[in-house]
Write a protein that binds this ligand. Structure first.
Ligand SMILES: Nc1ncnc2c1ncn2[C@@H]1O[C@H](COP(=O)(O)OP(=O)(O)OP(=O)(O)O)[C@@H](O)[C@H]1O
Length: 893
């Protein structure tokens, strides 16, 4: 990171007894230089667009393109999926035509025109659709003609007996029947080949755009919903599109056509009364079907909800399979899953009952209708021939056959419409993070402009210090920090001529930023801070103070509260389910966006002087690399996972990045090397290895702004020290924003910002903050003391494990425990502390007094100290109880 200082709490780290540190450093320096991509104006070297001609070509030096010397075995011929897709996407994006805006409801009246619009959008689909419909008409007309041919044959034979003329008439009729049937079969079977591409292309387009849409939705949407449920809705929704198309083209349209034709035929031959009976039968059939299907639809909604819940439960358990196993909770998970299954089973049974009732009613109506029609024909005034009876029964049987399926299709149709309701709701959801229109300015504005702002933040600090309800120690510290910040501002302004420092990095500025994830709970309270181009700034502070939140605002995973400006604000819209409105977090008052010009700044986050909400998101995110606290990996090889940082990177660049991240040796020692598949979310790798993959991605990305959120928390001290050297190398010429608990890792940063309770408490360089003697100095000293203690313990026969120093979280927890222990001693009851220690020992990251723990080694450290504190509490409590005469029922166990 900003470099662990030899004289810091972890000074032992760079000591001579660490094998390979220096050797590694030289490798890292070389590797970092080797993969460094020349920064291009307005982007990250074009890496995201696949438009980085020759990037790194010179930088690879002796690397060959066939994978030699990369440590990647047998990969020279294999083509990376990311390489191929990145090139294809860059060449032709979007790959499929856009979707029309989704209908406002999932009613048939809205959905059918929408499906028609979808099918007619592409010319090559239009003629296929027309051909499929023509085939359907031909098949139906040929089918209706069959009973007419039969009638001809029967009547001919009945009228003249078995004469030659009757025989030849019957034979002609049979031949006609045969020809018509052939035409019917051919036309019917041609429908699918013509129609399948229409339904497939539309389904693909829906799936493509829906997936892209969901990926574009903001973090709030994804955190508010369970992944299993969303994936289920999308799956059912796209499938429903295909079901609906088939139902329309293969069932409803042909049946409607056939009913009309048969009605006209029967009415023409036997009078309108017969057509009336036919109509009545059909109406009764449809009424029964609709009523029963409506009832089934309500149950279907319930079944869907239970299906979503069942699926979400299973996905949750599978995603967290390691946790489930470690807690030995397989039976619990299966039990919870079974609870959903049981509900699902009983709801499904009700749908079966309704389905049987529906089928029985339909069958009865058709049987009665058929009998009535035949009776009417026989007793018709003009009399009926044998041929008439054969024709009528043939026509009606032909009509009834699809009607039986009509019920089933109607049910499917209703189910499809229900599925589409949620599906369209997701499609209609708008992201709260609205894309801006401004490209990222290629070069940051000249530095001197920033000086007043930093000075302003210094005075703001001073006012915070006065407002802060802390003790005089904090006030003095903050005042000193304000002076330090002012000094830093001056220093920052004075190095404006150092071109190398500024040319590649972004300027990041937070001006009076207020933010909360919900309107009810404010996390950041008027935070102002600045990262000058090329500068490295660390944000430290207590757990939950809002450090990571700042990073999320810079990367626009969330938007700040307060006025927005320009077109992005004007175009901002709320999600269809009212997420924005409900949170109340993103206001949309328009205002000016002058950044820090002339000191009259509008609150917000600014990158190179432009409100981050006005910047094109693609530009912004392409210029940033984030090394997160928890790295989620794809179910791919290590090679591809690193390449994810820049999908068009060559194998050699990937390996160079892995070397820079100190991952190469580890990967090389694996049986399958870089081709090792990392498992679901990277569970086959250790926490430190995953973190190094994330760091390698950042190296590969060659960003203008490097963001590290506890980037080395899962690493051992030796690797951490080595990686920090690499990160330092990577940060050179770029801007960097770090969040860290271990203060030694950020000591070398140009500036350190101390956050507490969502406010900036202190700001300055390490030396300035130490001199100020405030919160930072206190945290530093605590960590240094603890580290010395740990060293002593290790020297005195401990396990030699270096936990890398105590974090401020631990310090806080210790303080909280000590206070609780004291309180317990006075109250004669220490069970609260005991409970805390037990909670931590059992739960790891979870938290005490609202705090969360940050890594396993912190948990371990904390658990040790928690136990010690409990013992101490017990002792003090006993002592206190003894002092008051043993009253109070001390229970220190
Ligand atoms: N998506 C979210 N929705 C609601 N609250 C959140 C969300 N993310 C974080 N918070 C809350 O915001 C507060 C600040 O969180 P943040 O992650 O910024 O803290 P931090 O200072 O980085 O803490 P740590 O050092 O423990 O990582 C916490 O109290 C947290 O519970």
């Amino acid at each position: 990171m900003c470099g662990r200082h030899p004289a810091g709490p972890s000074r032992r780290l760079l000591g001579p007894n660490l094998p390979g540190t220096l050797g590694n450093r030289s490798v890292a320096t070389g590797a970092a230089a080797a993969i460094s991509i020349p920064l291009q104006p307005g982007g990250d070297g074009g890496s995201q667009n696949g438009a980085a001609p020759g990037n790194g070509a010179n930088a690879h030096g002796s690397s060959s393109s066939n994978g030699k010397g990369t440590g990647i075995n047998g990969s020279s011929d294999s083509k990376s999926v990311y390489n191929t897709v990145a090139a294809a996407v860059a060449a032709q994006y979007p790959a499929v035509p856009p979707l029309p805006s989704p209908p406002s409801t999932a009613n048939l009246a809205d959905v059918v025109p929408y499906l028609l619009k979808l099918a007619l959008q592409e010319r090559y689909l239009v003629w296929r659709l027309a051909a499929a419909l023509s085939c359907m008409c031909v098949a139906k007309l040929a089918g209706i003609s069959l009973p007419l041919a039969f009638k001809g044959a029967v009547d001919a034979m009945a009228s003249t007996g078995f004469s030659q003329a009757a025989l030849s008439a019957a034979l002609t009729a049979a031949l006609t029947y045969g020809v018509l049937d052939c035409v019917r079969v051919l036309a019917k079977e041609s429908q699918s080949p013509f129609f399948a591409p229409v339904s497939q292309a539309v389904t693909r387009r829906m799936a493509y755009h829906t997936f892209a849409h969901v990926l574009d939705l903001d973090t709030r949407f994804h955190l508010d919903r369970r992944t299993g449920r969303v994936s289920r809705i999308l799956e059912r929704g796209t499938r429903s599109i295909a079901v609906l198309y088939r139902a329309m083209v293969f069932t409803f349209l042909p049946t409607g056509l056939e009913l009309a034709a048969v009605g006209v035929l029967l009415a023409g031959r036997f009078g309108p009364a017969l057509a009336g009976i036919l109509g009545l039968t059909f109406a009764a059939y449809v009424t029964w079907t609709v009523a029963m299907t409506q009832a089934a639809t309500d149950v279907r909604k319930e079944v869907n909800a239970l299906d979503n819940a069942t699926s979400s439960k299973a996905v949750d358990a599978l995603l967290n399979v390691e946790t489930v196993t470690l807690f030995n909770n397989q039976h619990l998970e299966v039990g919870l899953y079974d609870r959903h299954l049981r509900d699902f089973q009983s709801a499904s049974y009700r749908t079966e009952l309704l389905s049987s009732g529906l089928n029985a009613g339909q069958g009865l109506i058709l049987a009665v209708g058929m009998a009535a029609i035949l009776a009417a024909i026989i007793s018709s005034p003009g009399g009926a021939t044998g041929g008439d009876l054969v024709m009528a029964s043939g026509l009606i049987m032909q009509l009834w056959a699809p009607l039986q399926f009509l019920g089933w299709f109607y049910r499917e149709l209703r189910a499809a419409l229900v599925d589409m309701e949620e599906f369209f709701a997701i499609l209609r959801t708008r992201s709260n993070i609205v894309d801006g229109t401004q490209p990222l300015p290629p070069a940051p504005p000249p530095l001197p402009r920033a000086a007043p702002a930093t000075a302003a933040s210094a005075s703001a600090l001073a006012s915070h210090a006065v407002a802060e309800p802390a003790g005089s120690h904090t006030v003095a510290a903050a005042a000193a920090a304000a002076a330090a910040a002012a000094a830093a501002a001056a220093a920052s302004a004075s190095d404006g001529g150092d071109v190398r420092r500024h040319q590649g990095g972004l300027e990041v500025e937070l001006v009076d930023v207020s933010f909360g994830y919900t309107a009810e709970r404010q996390i950041l309270k008027g935070v102002s801070l600045r990262v000058a181009p090329g500068e490295s700034v660390a944000v430290v502070g207590s757990s939950g103070s809002g450090k990571s939140t700042i990073l999320k605002l810079v990367t626009r995973l969330y938007d700040v509260w307060g006025p927005t400006c320009g077109p992005a604000a004007a175009g901002s819209s709320s999600s269809s389910d009212g997420a924005r409105g409900a949170s109340g977090a993103e206001a949309s008052t328009s205002g000016s966006c002058s950044s820090t010009e002339s000191g009259s700044s509008v609150s917000g986050v600014y990158i190179n002087g432009v409100d981050v909400r006005q910047l094109r998101l693609g530009d912004l995110r392409s210029a940033i690399a984030v090394v997160p606290q928890d790295t989620a990996l794809n179910y791919e090889s290590i090679l591809e996972n690193i390449r994810y940082g820049r999908p068009d990177a060559t194998d050699e660049q990937v390996v160079a990045a892995a070397r820079a991240a100190r991952l190469h040796d580890t990967v090389s020692s694996l049986p399958e090397g870089y081709h090792t598949v990392v498992g679901e979310r990277g569970l086959k790798l250790s926490g430190g290895e995953k973190q190094r993959v994330a760091i390698a991605r950042a190296f590969l990305r060659s960003p203008r702004l490097l963001i590290c959120d506890e980037a080395t928390s899962a690493l051992d001290s030796a690797t951490e020290a080595a990686i920090m050297e690499s990160l330092k190398e990577l940060a050179t010429g770029r801007s960097a924003l770090f969040v860290a608990h271990r203060l030694s890792t950020v000591r070398g940063c140009d500036r350190i910002v101390v956050l507490r309770g969502g406010r900036v408490l202190e700001e300055g360089s390490h030396d300035q903050l130490m001199e100020a003697g405030g919160e930072y100095a206190a945290m530093w000293n605590l960590q240094a003391n603890q580290h010395d203690e740990d060293e002593d313990n290790a020297d005195g026969g401990g396990d030699g494990h270096d936990d890398g120093g105590v974090t401020d979280t631990e310090a806080e927890i210790e303080l909280a425990l000590a206070q609780e222990a004291q309180a317990a001693a006075v109250a004669g009851n220490s069970s609260s502390s005991s409970a805390h220690s037990v909670a931590v020992a059992a739960g790891g990251k979870g938290g005490v007094s609202g705090l969360s723990l940050d890594s396993m080694d912190e948990v371990a450290t904390y658990s040790r100290r928690a136990a010690a504190a409990v013992v101490a509490a017990a002792a003090s409590a006993t002592a206190a109880a003894a002092a008051v005469g043993g009253a109070g029922g001390v229970n220190a166990a």
